[in-house]
Design a protein around this ligand. Structure first.
Ligand code: SAM
Length: 228
């Protein structure tokens, strides 16, 4: 990469469980960035230790995102190169990052997002639901606006992907059953890339019965078939 197209900001995906899932290029970028911006410096510190990388770490998370952006842009303009990582997967995908990427682009800086781990792609492919067209819904709001978001999807013909926490899984499956009908096909992908990975596929009714009898822990993606 020549000096003229040297990115000011790299967005670097990191493993969603299995530490082997980091690309050679991601390692190279983390090794050479002036500063690594991390959602949680302890989590990223462990990854860097595993990769034997020693670079300055600075915290960048949702609580300081708005405030931090302006200063970081100034530092990029002064020539510092940053690599942004989150706790897992691709930054800016249901994680901090969007504000910084937008501000950097608007300031005419060069941003480069590396391809790499993210939870929704393996969940979608493992679900065996149609994946030629799909819609990523991320996390539903916990309270206000939740019902409307689900109602807006009643006629959605594309496969829908949701991020969810384990303690809300049954509630969400119940709401999906009410909205989309008990026979709608869906898949719950849990602990992707980890030792206890599972991808359970069935109708919403079958999934509810399964998870009533098998309470879950861990990280979850729910994939729901679109309306036929
Ligand atoms: N930036 C991440 C990405 O690219 O997928 C997403 C971060 S978001 C804060 C965390 C959510 O992603 C979890 O609650 C879960 O829904 C999903 N997730 C992350 N890792 C996962 C895994 N190993 N298995 C299943 N879902 C996962």
């Amino acid at each position: 990469m020549t000096e003229t197209n040297r990115p000011d900001l790299y967005v670097v995906p990191t493993p969603i469980g299995n530490l082997e899932d980091i690309t050679l290029r991601a390692i190279q970028v983390l090794k050479t960035a002036d500063v690594i911006l991390a959602e949680d410096t302890r989590t990223t510190g462990k990854l860097l230790k595993h990769l034997e990388i020693k670079r300055p770490l600075q915290s960048y998370h949702i609580f300081n995102e708005h405030k931090a952006v302006e200063k970081l842009i100034e530092r990029m303009e002064a020539g510092e190169q940053f690599a942004l990582v989150s706790d897992a997967g691709t930054p800016a995908i249901s994680d901090p990052g969007f504000l910084l990427v937008r501000a950097a682009r608007e300031a005419g800086l060069l941003v480069n997002c590396l391809p790499g781990p993210t939870a929704f792609v393996p969940a979608l492919v493992n679900s065996a639901l149609p994946n030629d067209r799909f819609v990523f819904e991320g996390f539903l709001p916990h309270k206000k606006g939740r019902k409307t978001r689900i109602e807006n999807l009643l006629e959605e013909p594309r496969t829908m992907i949701f991020y969810e926490s384990p303690h809300r899984l049954l509630k969400t499956l119940g709401q999906f059953k009410e909205a989309f009908g008990e026979d709608r096909l869906a898949c719950v992908s849990r602990e992707l890339t980890k030792v206890f990975e599972e991808n359970i596929r069935g109708s919403l009714s079958e999934l509810i019965t399964y998870y009533e009898n098998n309470p879950v822990k861990g990280e979850i993606v729910i994939t729901v078939s679109g309306k036929n």
